[in-house]
Design a protein. Structure first.
Lengths: 298, 223
């Protein structure tokens, strides 16, 4: 009886994640298709600075214009890549935009009104880590191997004449992308629901009390829970009493960058090697920063 | 089912179906319910605009993946999180759930209208059991038994949801009743706050005068 109920609860969590993420996913593919309309031509967008550091910094700031969580950002990133934006710059956008946007800043502040420093650390460290990963990728000797080989992203032919055809092409492009990203979202939601039902929360919490282990455990929790960045601050707050500040910041910085569903989505755009490198570098950087905060350097 | 437009139409229809039946209340915080319904309308509209010959086909594996939540959502009766998950996540008596701070809580004139969450906030502001003693309580929740409670005690519990079911956190009030009801049942408890001596520590407990079996509310979570 209990197992039947647990199975039903797994379905409820599964559907809950999908239903909650679908509006954000739709928003993301609509922005992506609008970008495709707005960014006609084949060259790198003119507004993107040519100098390496300036272009990476401006990509990190781009998230401020897209209040979309990680599932909505991948279509936008791929669209930018399709327009010739370097892989390193697209990765900076992908890593920073889910947390560096006004909606997330507000929700984090709402959760941590009594510790506004947490909000500052979250935004500042997200910026720093994303920029560092971008700089690392930008010195890659063969940048073309960073991106996943495969068919070009769904792009409707916007040169087709007639407004009704263009509308149809826009809708088709959006829904093709919705289907492609949605399938990955479903897989991620299934994984998150199964993990939540199978791994007892107490198992994770029992381990993480020390300055180093708490950071590692909260990062692992961020990956396992795969919660949208707009709401993960409220989840982090649940551990505010028992977990170190460094581990909470690590959770808030790492979760929007790397979790089960964002990694699956990233693999649609970047090569396996790139994603593995980015996951490893991001994890090490966030772990060290969390550790530094715990030892009072911050 | 291999066309993106058909699948998107299915998702739009499912969102509107879940909206119309009230099932979204089992999955989401109410603030996301209207955006979900709008998403359903937009998806169906896009599917209408995209309909016609000559579209790309969705690969078989992706189509099967996308069909899974539609099948589960349409075919299974929607269920809110069950007390079994409350047991797995652990219910702390009178402890605040995740994301909850008592700062915004104004004590109300009529304590008998407090929800379980209101009471927990009231205790977070003033944890002294004696200052709550005698106040009338009338709350609805499910029964949760916990080995760490004294004999004859149980918790009347609800899930608190910040965003969606994935972050649901169970919260509960300790209740003392002559015949504790079976675990997992939905009940309405009427009684008053009392101070009990448990192993030398003073603890707040609801002394139940009536425990009424009830049906699960249409909105089973607190927010």
């Amino acid at each position: 009886m209990s197992w039947l109920a647990r199975g039903q609860d797994g379905v409820t969590i599964f559907l809950g994640v999908i239903v909650e993420a679908t509006p954000f996913l739709l928003l993301g593919v609509l922005v992506s298709q609008a970008l495709a309309l707005g960014l006609t031509g084949n060259g790198v967008p003119r507004w993107l600075p040519r100098r390496r550091l300036a272009s990476l910094v401006s990509m990190a700031g781009l998230g401020m214009l897209f209040p979309v969580c990680e599932c909505g950002n991948v279509p936008v990133a791929r669209r930018l890549l399709g327009r010739g934006v370097p892989a390193a710059a697209a990765m900076v956008f992908l890593l920073s935009a889910p947390a560096l946007n006004p909606v997330v800043a507000l929700s984090t502040y709402a959760a941590f009104r009594e510790q506004p420093a947490i909000v500052g650390y979250r935004l500042g460290l997200t910026f720093a880590v994303a920029l560092a990963v971008g700089l690392l990728l930008s010195v890659h000797p063969r940048p073309e191997t960073l991106v996943r080989a495969g068919p070009a992203p769904f792009a409707h032919d916007s040169t087709v004449a007639g407004p009704s055809r263009r509308v149809r092409a826009f809708a088709r492009g959006a829904l093709d992308e919705f289907a492609e990203m949605g399938a990955v979202l479903v897989a991620g939601a299934a994984l998150a629901a199964v993990t939540q039902m199978v791994v007892p929360r107490a198992t994770l919490l029992g381990i993480g009390q020390g300055p180093a282990t708490s950071v590692a455990v909260m990062m692992l929790l961020a990956v396992v829970l795969s919660i949208c960045s707009t709401v993960d601050a409220f989840v982090a707050l649940a551990y505010a009493g028992t977990f170190s500040d460094g581990s909470l910041v690590a959770f808030l910085v790492f979760g929007p960058m790397i979790d089960l569903k964002s990694v699956l989505l990233m693999l649609r755009v970047f090569s396996v090697k790139t994603v593995a490198l980015v996951v490893a570098v991001t994890a090490e950087a966030v772990f060290l920063l969390g550790l530094l905060l715990n030892y009072g350097v911050g | 089912m291999r066309s993106a437009a058909v699948l998107a139409c299915g998702y739009g229809a499912y969102l509107l179906y879940a909206f119309a039946t009230g099932a979204l209340y089992f999955y989401l915080h109410p603030v996301y319910i209207v955006p979900c319904a709008i998403t359903g309308v937009v998806l169906i509209a896009l599917a209408g605009l995209a309909a016609g010959r000559g579209g790309q086909r969705v690969p078989g594996a992706a189509a099967a993946m996308l069909a899974l939540p539609l099948a589960l959502g349409f075919l299974l009766p929607p269920q809110p999180l069950s007390p079994a998950t409350a047991a797995q996540r652990g219910v702390q008596p009178l402890a605040l759930g995740r994301g909850e701070r008592p700062v915004a809580f104004e004590p109300l004139a009529r304590p008998e209208t407090y929800t379980i969450k209101d009471w927990i906030k009231a205790f977070a502001i003033d944890p002294e059991p004696a200052r709550h003693a005698g106040k009338p309580v009338r709350v609805t929740g499910f029964v949760h038994h916990d080995d760490t409670l004294p004999p004859g005690w149980f918790l009347v519990a609800r899930f608190v949801v910040q965003c969606c079911a994935v972050d649901a956190q169970p919260v509960g009030l300790p209740v003392r009743a002559p015949t504790p009801p079976a675990g997992g049942r939905w009940i309405t408890v009427e009684g008053t706050w009392d101070v009990a001596d448990v192993d030398g520590a003073r603890r707040a407990v609801v002394s139940a005068t009536v425990v009424i079996p009830t049906v699960r509310p249409d909105q089973p979570y607190l927010y």
